[in-house]
Write a protein that binds this ligand. Sequence first.
Ligand code: GTP
Ligand code: ZN
Length: 365
Amino acid sequence: MSFDLSLLGWTDVRAAELPVDTVPARVARVDRGAAEVIAADGQHHVRYGARVRRASAGDPVALPCVGDWAALRWLPEGRFEVDAVLPRSSAFVRGGVSRDSRGGLSGDGQGQVLAANVDIVFVAEPSMHSTDFADLGRIERLVALAWESGGTPVVLLTKSDLFEQGLDGLLADVRAAAPGVEVHAVSSMLGEGVQPVRGLLGGSRTAVVLGPSGAGKSTLVNALAGGEVMETQQVRAADGRGRHTTVHRELIPLPGGGLVIDTPGIRRVGLYEMSEGVDLVFSDIEALAGQCRFDDCGHDSEPGCAVLAALESGELPERRLHSWRKLQREAAWMAGRTDARLRKEQQNKWKIIHKEMRRSGRNRP
Ligand SMILES: Nc1nc2c(ncn2[C@@H]2O[C@H](COP(=O)(O)OP(=O)(O)OP(=O)(O)O)[C@@H](O)[C@H]2O)c(=O)[nH]1
Ligand SMILES: [Zn+2]
């Protein structure tokens, strides 16, 4: 089996950065100190060389991730190892956030790169989600995240077949919420609007799809791939013992050109961004809630509720309380679908940050 590397996104610009005596390969998946890569001569399971291990010891961002271009060096014992990670044109980094000396938030060197060299970030938002219309606030957050990565955001209003009221008004609202960003309506089920999306990936561009659970991301990826994507792939193990291992394909080359990165990690960006974002965007209400008489106050009718008091005094607009409740419900619903352990870690991290933020607020002269 051989691959035309240009179909995987290899360019002259990248070729100029390849160290001597190495061959290029694109990272399809990473797994504890090793990566599945696709080189011109096929797929390899490769471990990280000393240079990569040294670089990543103090900075996990230097570790290879899906979408990276790796420089492979052939070892005398007859296998490849990853000698270097080529410079990234874009990267999704999950921070790694701490307070810097000026009291702001900044990276703390604990960031993790979830995907690299992504050209296009599809922000999938269902035009209808049970009885709700598309959530403009969520689109705004994910588009911000997409810009942050260095990729180009494109908003996809998915499940357009469920929207009976005529899409024009909704499309106009979404365009206003994401100025300068392309917006497409897509129904993967009917196959409507899929072709223009595929067209955006011409020239072997690489995309990721972000969006809430149930937005139709998997269905879209399957439609783009012509129904050819399988969850797992059987490949011969590189250890030569003829064992078969199951490899999750996370970098999916599409028939007709272009690639989609579909990893659980990158999908979770949206989820985590959401719950973190809710807490931060509504930090004023969180602070009020901290002053309620009861720790488990539901801010409904409890005595000594600081949130309700602020509502009555007019300090807290009703619209904002509404929005907070809605986003909290959504975040909780989506969080319920993700890995419980990761969620716990994330919550603890943000509890510490919030504590720090409150403390720094108190100590400010
Ligand atoms: N009516 C309609 N339903 C769709 C469309 N696309 C997907 N669905 C349905 O929506 C549901 C969720 O679709 P998925 O593709 O699994 O959504 P997802 O975004 O991958 O969800 P997660 O894997 O939880 O993140 C499924 O029942 C799909 O059949 C569409 O274009 N129209
Ligand atoms: Zn309360």
